[in-house]
Design a protein around this ligand. Structure first.
Ligand code: GDL
Length: 689
């Protein structure tokens, strides 16, 4: 590992050192003092040189910024600052007064100086003022005193900077800290122009790139913002931040920032995942990036599309990081479970109970032993939790294969389908094995930070695995997938998730799987002229099933006489769906299905008709990919049926009609019914009203 002095050599043409390190700048539970001290050790070992203290939810950093630290807090902070010094890390103390400061009030500015003086007294010599994520409307007093919000911030920042004796490092975070926040854009932003023109030259400016969480940061974009700011920015990089989503964590390598940027920047600070330990890859790979040589060594092999940068390979950086991380997983400073060992005459582990240790007798259960974690497990872990704009290779393959398996599933699966299903199953098994080995690692601190995430992915993978097995006929449909009343652990929950699923555009976030498709649909009452279109859809869907089945005989369903037009649907109980090309779906119902059942000699018990007197049937053409119009039609029909006085509705579905089977299975009200006289391959589902 290179020393931090190697990073320092990458400073701008002047004498200033390139700032490379970590900003603890996320929302939520701040890191502990122990974790921060551990961070300094790592930064020093990996060649980084800076730590910016800015935990959003630390009381005295933001909400109660005016309050001085009490003796106990001061002692802790002093110890932290000296730990940073010991490891050659520049400790920058940041304060965020923007929630409620009155910029024009001299007492407020005095409070700010007093607080920073206190921290200076603890041995800190680098500071930062942050104005991110605050209300941009100034109070009346400030409006009177300053011509703009930028002028107010800059005036106070300059004054504090001078008060502190123009420190070597002093950072300012603007309110418009990324291109997306600039109005109308970066080059015409009056806010940024004021900052560039008025902020004293010794103060550096933080910038997150084109967005808050920037996918890529280009050289051109940095040149543009630097020319307005009149200085090279320090990147506050949110690429690994996960404080905005409790289901995501990012363990992919630092990526999509060309190393050509290095000479154009004042520095890079990563604001990583809230969980401390899973940041190993984020920080290790950033350190590699910072050390990228200015002149690339000539390459003997062609670079892949992904490997554009001749001085830094995210893949190689990840591999190097994982080799080091594995050691940490296997390391422990606390009593642990018993790891599987080759037979050896080593001393027993600390947890052994000596002469009281339990030794199973013949025919008894052997002791549980855990397999050690492997490098491949770690690689898989990172690929499943990669980066905000990209899944890792295995995750992409799994999504792709699952999508293919679902869309190419038939009554009789082809050999290609079966071999893909086996491959998919193997990948699922690897995830489960990774989970098992991880949950037995000696280093429990890392495990606990990861636990919720790995548990979540294991459940998701288990469900997908069971579904593929049931499609292939290797297992009965998963109880959790098919049940109308799943256990809480059988689906991803939470009110927030439910809100999202109800809103349009949620599907657009499945960036990795589908291209978003939009169509405009019209739902209207069925009329006599629609009879032919309905018949056509019925026949087309029947034909598609029969092609898949290579058979032409399907036993009749009670609803067939509705769709063929022999019997008219009940009043207010028929709807059609139209798109730009014409009728593309229908839903028809009979409030009393007894007569229809009799017409095909279906021998159904009277008690069933008592509970479920009505019948519903529907179809959609394959071009209708959006399930919401069908849900809406069903909702309307159920309302009409209920107002006719009926207490229940049933439908009959062929096993081969996966689309409708899926539709009813996913509806929260329909459940499978026991119904006498059903032909083989037909199931009945019903709901009470
Ligand atoms: C932000 C916040 C940061 C937060 C991040 C990700 C900056 C300058 N501020 O906008 O505290 O962790 O988004 O949610 O990035």
């Amino acid at each position: 590992m290179a020393s931090s002095s190697e990073v320092r050599q990458k400073g701008r043409s002047g004498t200033k050192t390139f700032i490379g390190g970590v900003v603890e700048g996320f929302y939520g539970r701040p890191w502990t003092m122990e974790q921060r001290t551990e961070l300094f050790k790592r930064e020093q070992k990996w060649g980084l040189n800076t730590y910016l203290y800015a935990p959003k939810d630390d009381y005295k950093h933001r909400m109660y910024w005016r309050d001085l630290y009490c003796a106990e807090e001061a002692e802790e902070l002093t110890a932290l600052i000296s730990a940073a010094k010991k490891h050659n890390i520049d400790f920058i103390y940041a304060i965020s007064p923007g929630l409620d400061i009155t910029f024009s009030n001299s007492k407020e500015v005095a409070a700010l100086k007093r607080k920073l003086d206190q921290v200076r007294g603890m041995g800190c010599s680098s500071f930062s003022l942050l104005f991110d994520d605050i209300e941009t409307e100034m109070c009346a007093a400030d409006k009177q005193a300053f011509s703009s919000f930028a002028h107010a911030q800059v005036a106070v920042t300059n004054e504090v900077y001078l008060h502190l004796g123009d420190p070597e490092t002093f950072l300012f975070c603007p309110t418009d800290y990324c291109a997306a926040f600039c109005t109308p854009n970066v080059s015409q932003s009056s806010y940024l122009h004021t900052v560039g023109d008025e902020l004293l030259p010794g103060i550096d400016v933080l910038w997150t790139g084109p967005k808050v969480v920037s996918h890529k940061i280009s050289v051109e974009s940095i040149e543009e913002v630097s020319s307005i700011l009149k200085r090279a920015p320090v990147i506050w990089d949110n690429i690994h931040a996960n404080d905005y989503d409790p289901q995501r964590i990012f363990m992919g390598p630092y990526k999509d920032r060309p190393t050509e940027l290095i000479p154009k920047l004042r520095g890079v600070l990563t604001n990583p995942n809230c969980e401390f330990y899973p940041n190993f890859v984020a920080i290790h790979t950033l350190a590699m990036w910072c050390k990228a040589p200015a002149d690339p060594a000539p390459r003997d092999v062609e670079m892949g599309e992904e490997e554009q940068d001749p001085c830094y390979s995210p893949q190689k950086a990840l591999t190097l990081a994982l080799a080091d991380w594995l050691e940490e997983f296997l390391n422990t400073d606390q009593p642990t479970a018993c790891l599987k060992k080759e037979s050896s005459d080593e001393e027993p582990m600390q947890t052994d109970l000596g002469e009281h240790s339990y030794v199973p007798g013949p025919g008894e259960n052997p002791l549980y032993t855990a397999e050690p974690l492997t490098l491949d497990d770690l690689k898989l872990l990172c690929e499943l939790f990669y980066l905000p704009y990209e899944h890792g290779a295995t995750a992409k393959t799994m999504l792709h294969e699952l999508n293919w398996l679902i869309s190419h599933s038939q009554a009789e699966q082809t050999s290609e389908w079966c071999s893909t299903a086996r491959q998919f199953d193997d990948m699922c098994e690897a995830v489960v094995r990774m989970f098992n080995r991880l949950s037995n690692v000696p280093n429990r601190k890392i495990l606990y930070d990861l636990y919720n995430y790995i548990c979540d992915i294991k459940s998701g993978v288990n469900l997908a695995q069971a579904y593929v097995k049931s499609l292939g006929g290797f297992g009965k449909p998963s109880a959790q997938l098919m049940s109308a009343d799943p256990e809480p652990w059988g689906f991803r929950g939470g009110l927030s998730g439910e809100f999202q699923r109800m809103l349009p555009g949620h599907g657009n976030r499945d960036l990795f799987k589908y291209q978003p498709k939009t169509s405009v649909y019209c739902i209207r009452p069925y009329c006599a002229e629609d009879k032919l279109d309905v018949q056509k859809i019925f026949v087309q869907m029947q034909r598609e099933r029969q092609i898949k089945l290579s058979s032409t005989t399907e036993p009749p369903l009670i609803s067939d006489i509705l769709t063929t037009g022999e019997l008219a649907p009940s009043p207010q109980c028929a709807l059609v769906l139209e798109d730009d090309f014409g009728v593309c779906g229908y839903m028809l119902a009979l409030t009393d299905a007894k007569e229809a059942a009799a017409s095909i000699q279906r021998d159904t018990s009277d008690s069933l008709f008592e509970e479920f007197p009505s019948l519903v049937t529907g179809q959609l053409l394959p071009r209708v990919v959006d399930p919401s119009p069908a849900k809406q039609m069903m909702g309307q029909l159920l309302t009409s049926i209920r107002s006719s006085g009926s207490r229940g509705v049933f439908c009959e579905l062929r096993h081969t009609d996966r689309r409708m089977l899926d539709f009813y299975t996913k509806s929260s009200s329909f459940r499978p019914l026991e119904m006498a006289g059903l032909p083989p391959d037909v199931i009945a589902m019903g709901t009470t009203l």
